[in-house]
Design a binder for this molecule. Structure first.
Ligand code: GBH
Length: 455
């Protein structure tokens, strides 16, 4: 069992739209995910986040469970349209997060708040969404508000969760809200998300001096033909990493996408704004990505996981193919390969030295069932978590500066386009009663945390 440094943070993660429910309660207005999930054909089985895991009403019980698990931190996201519906402060929305944060602190659990986990207020999408610059300015106002009202108690902030998904699944392949499919819009969205991050960090620090600021990226750990790796790594990872960490946009990414956009959306001063100093870089890792160059002939393997979508989430990579990878696979069809997590952490440490890292999501979906005795025997998830935590230990041993690990997810929840069909939780949630049941993996994680604390 690998050893972890003292102070290493053990946590679990969730996101507002995936767990809260109470979609129209206490003044909350629709986000793009409400609109999208209520559009027939977008989400499997027509599932929506209207009720979700009902965390909005069960948060006390959930915080008690976190304490039983021994979590040192809880990563959750704020619903923008609950806090600022129509751009106006909503005291009842704030009350919910305020009480949640207080309850966490009472239990000694550090709140790690993500400002944006994909749920753009619908009225901002109606005004153009992420492809327009004003959205970054609206985000900075929202960050300032959140810092003002919660910054006395929340000390670690994440501006954006996985901006790649927001930009390229939301506006490129269209498999996420708002479901648009225009590669030029997707690239503009990526830039405005980066800008929102930079302006957001500045706003947070202005309102809450000493705030620890981060961004969470879903690193595509890409293997295969060198040229294909360069391209996918460029438009999936470096398009965010490089500007956020002060290097500006990579020339090769601009060149690869030159036929799609002239990048006129980048104005003087933007790259400096995006490069606001970062306290920690969040990394979400689930599985590696395999790529190869495609000569345009013969059948093309589907762009993993998004076979139903004609539009690609990788603009500029039209000559790249995504061949299937060897199993075993999770219920998402994603390959299980913990070595990729070690490699991605070591790579970040090597290529972007000096930035502390945090694994802000890692986990797996499996078809869990509560058995007659009330148990959930999710041996596959236990093995997945065990091996990936060991992979973090291996990255630490190789010198990577990793400060924490958050399991995805605390509880089963609304898995975006897959609705409730996929379960990632440590806790099983029975829909629609909302009853929570500890899976074997929850018991295992509690023991693992306790063992790490004993050293
Ligand atoms: C995370 O997204 C989310 O932050 C979280 O809300 C979600 O519930 C969780 O993971 C589980 O899905 O898109 O073709 O490159 C992870 C999303 C999954 C996006 C893997 C990239 C690879 C296939 N990522 N996916 S492709």
């Amino acid at each position: 069992m690998g050893t972890f440094p003292e102070g290493f943070v053990w946590g679990a993660a969730t996101a507002a739209y995936q767990i809260e429910g109470a979609a129209a309660e206490d003044g909350r207005t629709p986000s793009i995910w409400d609109t999208y999930s209520h559009t027939p054909g977008r989400v499997l089985d027509g599932d929506t986040g209207d009720v979700a895991a009902d965390h909005y009403h069960r948060w006390r019980e959930d915080v008690a469970t976190m304490a039983e698990l021994g979590l040192g931190a809880y990563r959750f996201s704020l619903s923008w349209s609950r806090l600022l519906p129509g751009g106006r402060p909503n005291p009842r929305g704030l009350d919910f997060y305020s009480r949640l944060v207080d309850a966490l602190l009472e239990r000694g659990i550090a709140p790690v708040a993500t400002l944006y986990h994909w749920d753009l207020p619908q009225e901002i999408e109606d005004a153009g969404g992420w492809p327009v610059r004003e959205t970054a300015e609206r985000f900075a106002e929202y960050a300032a508000y959140a810092g003002r009202v919660l910054g006395d108690r929340v000390h670690t902030w994440t501006t954006l969760n996985e901006p790649w998904c927001s930009a390229f699944l939301g506006y490129g392949s269209g498999v996420h809200a708002p479901g648009r499919t225009d590669p030029a819009d997707a690239l503009a969205a990526a830039h405005h998300l980066n800008l929102a991050h930079g302006l957001g960090v500045r706003a947070l620090r202005a309102e809450a001096p000493g705030a620890r600021c981060s961004i969470t990226l879903n690193m595509h750990h890409t293997r295969g033909d060198a040229e294909a790796v360069r391209k996918v790594d460029g438009v999936a990872n470096r398009i965010f990493l490089d500007p956020v960490l002060g290097r500006g946009y990579p020339e090769d990414v601009r060149a690869d996408t030159a036929a799609i956009t002239g990048w006129g959306f980048v104005r003087d001063g933007d790259e400096a704004a995006i490069a606001a100093p970062l306290d920690v870089l969040g990394v979400n890792y689930y599985s590696p990505t395999l790529v190869k160059l495609w000569d345009g002939t013969g059948p093309r393997a589907s762009a993993h996981g998004h076979a139903g979508s004609a539009a690609s989430p990788f603009p500029g990579c039209e000559d790249v193919d995504f061949p299937p990878q060897p199993g075993p696979y999770t219920a998402m069809g994603w390959p299980v390969d913990a070595t990729g997590l070690t490699e991605v952490l070591v790579r970040l440490h090597r290529d972007y030295p000096g930035v502390p890292l945090m694994v802000t999501e890692n986990g797996a979906a499996y078809p869990d069932r509560v058995d007659a005795g009330g148990a959930v025997h999710d041996a596959d998830r236990v093995a997945y978590l065990r091996d990936h935590i060991e992979a973090v230990g291996a990255a630490l041993a190789a010198g990577a500066d990793v400060r924490g690990y958050f399991a995805w997810s605390l509880m089963d929840n609304f898995e975006w386009s897959y609705g409730y069909s996929k379960r990632f939780g440590l806790l099983h949630v029975d829909y629609p009663t909302g009853t929570r049941t500890w899976k074997d993996s929850a018991h295992w994680y509690r023991e693992r945390i306790a063992a790490a604390r004993r050293g």
